[in-house]
Each structure stands twice: as structure tokens, then as C-alpha cells.
Design a protein around this ligand. Structure first.
Ligand SMILES: Cc1cc2nc3c(=O)[nH]c(=O)nc-3n(C[C@H](O)[C@H](O)[C@H](O)COP(=O)(O)OP(=O)(O)OC[C@H]3O[C@@H](n4cnc5c(N)ncnc54)[C@H](O)[C@@H]3O)c2cc1C
Length: 499
């Protein structure tokens, strides 16, 4: 048996590990944090559960790719996957516009709503949705009958920008704002967004949004359960310090004082961090430069708080609230931008958790764009050595977020009590995300993200920075990584058969 070590236990690492083990590999997962799951883990404050990196996703319909993958792995029966109901939608407040917009999770109702709100723009709206669907008609994870390899070879070769596309169909700034809303879900400002990436992410939400009882933690737990059944050990609080080779062949990994021998390694953290672990002689200078210079997605400020039961909390059930500036989303830092340029998302974790359905859960989460530069004076700190000034900054941040929410959505939201506040430093230190980048390296114009293969035989990459971001994108990258190791088209065929 080949021993494969998977570094990182986010959704991509868990997916690779399960697929390899199912194919008969002996697999070991090593995670540097005390808890498995990477961005998907949940934490509690005052008994209220909060998700970090999973609020909702598309692509979980009964026949969708992710669902088939989870069926193939045996995790599907362990999950309670719940579609947002027909009257669930993103409630989008665009600065300066009297009426909020409803971004529904269906092409039909979203089109009808936008046509009603922008009667003079019906042609532009039709052109946008037709173009998104046309791109996605060639994407294998939307049409599993398509072969995977040509798609992967073509990834990154389309260069139309989202901004150019939007400008070509409309000059209406409010319409541009709502059509660019999905950029928030992959963390690229419109000026850098590629229309094909945008279409792939947006399409999955336009086809239907889903959540899962007990949130991201349920996804993690289901995978851990299956891994245990497959005999895969997942060791936490173990940071891999180096990946060793023997004359150009992977020989093992080093953790603390232990050497673990293996012949294959999958690194699922940020690709630039992989360079620090391995002998770089195997890589071309251009590749090393490329990984070192990967531009990262936006970071976020996060407020995890309590909102007492009542109408303000009820209004968030099956609705995510967004506040956006008019015009294409550019993600200026919440703390440095003027109120009319501030972006903010307010949501309620676990729409379908039993606590939430019984009205007992009082948790709310606010997310706002943040820049790494804004945190410059705190960069040298670590999570157990933050300064008094940093605590004061977080306090000020929480106040500003609550104030902004109250100004937009009503004074009832002033009652939000902050229980935890995250900044780009939190994401850097808790998720090992360089610059606190929430969605890894940008999939954007002018950037070629690394593929899953490396020049060092036996060393593979996986994760959100490689092929695609988000839970679906990272799981997809896990499938491709495992597929490159055990036979990609056959694995694709096997997953496809799980309908
Ligand atoms: C605030 C926030 C909100 C989000 N909301 C959504 C959402 O609503 N829907 C959605 O689809 N996506 C969302 N995302 C994105 C989604 O969570 C991620 O794209 C996805 O979970 C990334 O998975 P991954 O496996 O690529 O990486 P990660 O989950 O980051 O896993 C990588 C793991 O590798 C470990 N690691 C790194 N280096 C080492 C080492 N040397 N040794 C051992 N372990 C190591 C890290 O500790 C980490 O656990 C959100 C993300 C954030 C941060």
C-alpha cells in the first residue's frame, strides 16, 4: 500500500483523504490546529454555535455534483441538507435606493423581480442570465456528462472581465451592484473578477441555495466519520514542518521530532506556504515566483453576536441581509470607507438547526470587507499576544458594524451584543490564511492559480487556492487532486454514477 499524507483537514483535505482511502491507499491526515475542519469548524460562545466559513452554498440539489460526491463518499446520509425555501432570499440594500432588492435563489424569480424593479433593463437582465448559463453549459460539475480533463485544461484561459461584461450590457449602477453581488462569495473585486469564474459561482446560487443542519461542523463530522470507517487516522495539533524527499522522490514529512515516512503528500493549505516546507530545487524559478506572488482574496471583519428573540431576529430566518454601495462591488475596507461605500452582510447561523427553528438560537453573524494593510500595526502579534490597542480596535469595529446595521435595517439591530470579533489577523492565525484571505488566492484576471500537480513527483496541491473556492470549489479541488493520483476520468465516472 502507498502511504499518503494529507496536510490540512479543511474540506479539500478531508475529500482527498476519503477518496484516496476508498481507492485503497493508506492515508494519514495531519492538521496543525486543535480541531479538524479548517474554515468549516463551528465554535460556541455562551452556548451559541457560530459558523466560520460556511453560511450557505449552491450545488447541493439531489443530482448536483457535490451531492453526488458526498453520496459516493457515504457522507450524504449523515447530513441534513436543506434548501432555502421559495420565500428565502438575499435581502439587498443598495445605498441610496429606497427599495431593497430580493436576490432569490432561482433564475425564474430573480429574473421576474429584477425585471419588475428595472423595467427599462429587461434586455440587459436577459443577456446577463443567458451569458451565465451559456458559460455553465460547458462546465462538467454542472453537466456531469462532460469530460473533466478538457475543462481543467481550459480553466483560466478565458479572459473576459466581469466589469467589461456588465458595462457592455448596462450603465445602471444599481443593476450592476446586484448582478455583482456573488463576488462577495469568492472575494474578488469586480475590477479583477473574471466573468467565467463569476458565472460558475453565481450559477450555483441562482440554481438554489442550501444550508445544512449544524452548519459546517456537520460537513466536517460526516467526513471524519467516514474516514474513521475507512481506517484513516486524523491527527490534530500537528504542524507539518517539512516535506522531505530522497533524490526527487517523496520520502516523508517531519512533525516536531518525528519523521513520518510516506511516498505521497497532498498539501491543502495556501500554495505559497508549501514552498516553505519543501526543497525548492525541483521547481522552476517562475513557478516559485508565481506562488510567492499569488494575490489573495479579500479578508473580512466578523462579528459573532447575540440578538434577543423577536421580530429583528425572525426577519433573518432564511434571509441574508446585504448592504452594498451602488455600482460594482469593489470591497473597500469597512473601517476606512465612508458609510455609503460600506459593504456588510448580516445573517443568522444554522437556519435549519433545531434551535433556530424553535426560535431559541439567538446568534447572528456580521461580515464586512477588510484589508490586510489596515491591520499593519498589529501584524507582528499572535493570537496569544495581542495589544490593548488591538482590543480597542475590535471594540470600535463592533460598534461601527452594529451602528451601520441599525442605520440600514432598523434600530432593533442596536440590540446585537458582540460575543466575538474576528479580523484579518484572526483568519491568518486561526485558518493559516496568509493576509487573512478568506477565500485563498484570488481566481481573477491576470492570475494563474497553480494546478494540483507539482514538479516533485508524489507532491500534490489541493484546496481553494488551486481550482475553485468555497465549499463546493474546495471539495471539487479535492476530487481533482485525488483523481490525478488514482485516475481522474474513472473517478469522475464513478462519482457521476451516484445519482
Ligand atoms: C468568514 C468566511 C465565510 C465563508 N463563507 C462561505 C460560505 O458561506 N459558503 C462557501 O461555500 N464558502 C464560504 N467560505 C469559504 C470556504 O469556507 C472555503 O473556501 C473552504 O472551506 C476552504 O477549504 P480548504 O480545504 O481549501 O482550506 P481550509 O479550510 O483553510 O483548510 C486548510 C487546512 O490546512 C491546515 N494547514 C495549513 N498548513 C498546515 C501545516 N503545515 N500542517 C498541518 N496543517 C496545516 C490549516 O490549519 C487548515 O485547517 C467562507 C470562508 C470564510 C473564511
Amino acid at each position: 500500500m502507498t502511504k499518503a499524507v494529507v496536510i490540512g483537514s479543511g474540506i479539500s483535505g478531508l475529500t482527498v483523504a476519503a477518496l484516496l482511502a476508498k481507492a485503497g491507499r493508506e492515508v494519514l491526515v495531519l492538521e496543525k490546529k486543535p480541531l479538524a475542519g479548517g474554515a468549516l469548524h463551528r465554535f460556541k460562545r455562551q452556548k451559541i454555535p457560530f459558523d466560520v466559513g460556511f453560511h450557505y452554498t449552491g450545488n447541493l440539489g439531489p443530482d448536483d455534483f457535490t451531492r453526488r460526491l458526498w453520496r459516493y463518499l457515504g457522507v450524504e446520509p449523515l447530513l441534513d441538507i436543506v434548501p432555502f425555501p421559495e420565500d428565502g432570499y438575499d435581502h439587498v440594500y443598495i445605498h441610496g435606493r429606497a427599495q431593497p432588492l430580493q436576490a432569490s435563489f432561482s433564475y425564474e424569480s430573480l429574473t421576474a423581480h429584477l425585471n419588475e424593479q428595472f423595467p427599462a433593463e429587461q434586455q440587459a437582465i436577459a443577456r446577463y442570465f443567458a451569458a451565465v448559463q451559456e458559460i455553465c453549459a460547458d462546465v462538467p460539475f454542472y453537466d456531469l456528462d462532460l469530460p473533466l480533463t478538457p475543462f481543467l485544461q481550459g480553466l483560466g484561459t478565458r479572459h473576459q472581465s466581469l466589469a467589461d461584461f456588465l458595462n457592455s450590457i448596462t450603465s445602471n449602477q444599481e443593476l450592476q451592484a446586484i448582478l455583482s453581488l456573488p463576488t462577495f462569495l469568492y472575494g474578488v473585486p469586480v475590477s479583477r473578477a473574471r466573468f467565467d469564474v463569476h458565472a460558475m459561482v453565481a450559477h450555483s446560487y441562482y440554481m438554489g441555495a442550501y444550508t445544512i443542519a449544524n452548519g459546517g461542523q456537520a460537513i466536517v463530522d460526516s467526513h471524519l466519520h467516514v474516514l474513521a470507517q475507512l481506517g484513516v487516522e486524523v491527527r490534530t495539533s500537528v504542524e507539518v514542518e517539512s516535506i522531505e524527499d530522497d533524490n526527487g522522490k517523496i520520502s516523508g514529512v517531519r512533525v516536531n521530532d518525528e519523521f513520518i515516512s510516506c511516498s505521497e503528500v497532498v498539501f491543502s493549505g495556501h500554495p505559497a506556504a508549501m514552498l516553505g516546507l519543501v526543497n525548492n530545487d525541483f521547481f522552476r524559478p517562475a513557478y516559485i515566483d508565481r506562488l510567492h506572488n499569488l494575490e489573495n482574496t479579500m479578508s473580512l471583519y466578523a462579528l459573532f453576536g447575540r440578538l434577543p428573540a423577536g421580530p429583528a431576529l425572525d426577519a433573518l430566518q432564511w434571509h441574508n441581509f446585504y448592504s452594498m454601495p451602488s455600482g460594482p462591488a469593489e470591497f473597500s475596507d469597512f473601517m476606512t470607507s465612508s458609510p455609503q461605500h460600506r459593504g456588510l452582510m448580516l445573517s443568522r447561523p444554522g437556519h435549519c438547526d433545531s434551535q433556530s427553528l424553535s426560535g431559541k438560537a439567538e446568534g447572528v453573524i456580521m461580515l464586512a470587507p477588510a484589508s490586510w494593510q489596515q491591520m499593519a500595526s498589529f501584524h507582528d502579534s499572535s493570537h496569544n499576544s495581542r495589544s490593548v490597542e488591538y482590543a480597542a480596535f475590535k471594540e470600535q469595529l463592533a460598534e461601527a458594524m452594529i451602528d451601520h446595521a441599525a442605520q440600514i435595517w432598523g434600530d432593533e439591530y442596536r440590540a446585537i451584543e458582540p460575543l466575538a470579533v474576528g479580523t484579518p489577523l484572526t483568519f491568518r492565525d486561526e485558518l493559516s490564511a496568509p493576509q487573512g484571505a478568506c477565500y485563498g488566492a484570488m481566481h481573477c484576471l491576470g492570475q494563474y492559480n497553480p494546478g494540483v500537480r507539482t514538479k516533485l513527483p508524489g507532491l500534490m496541491l489541493s484546496g481553494q487556492s488551486t481550482l475553485m473556492t468555497g465549499v463546493v470549489g474546495a471539495a471539487f479541488s479535492g476530487l481533482v487532486t485525488a483523481g490525478e493520483m488514482i485516475g481522474l476520468e474513472q473517478l469522475w465516472e464513478d462519482v457521476k454514477q451516484c445519482h
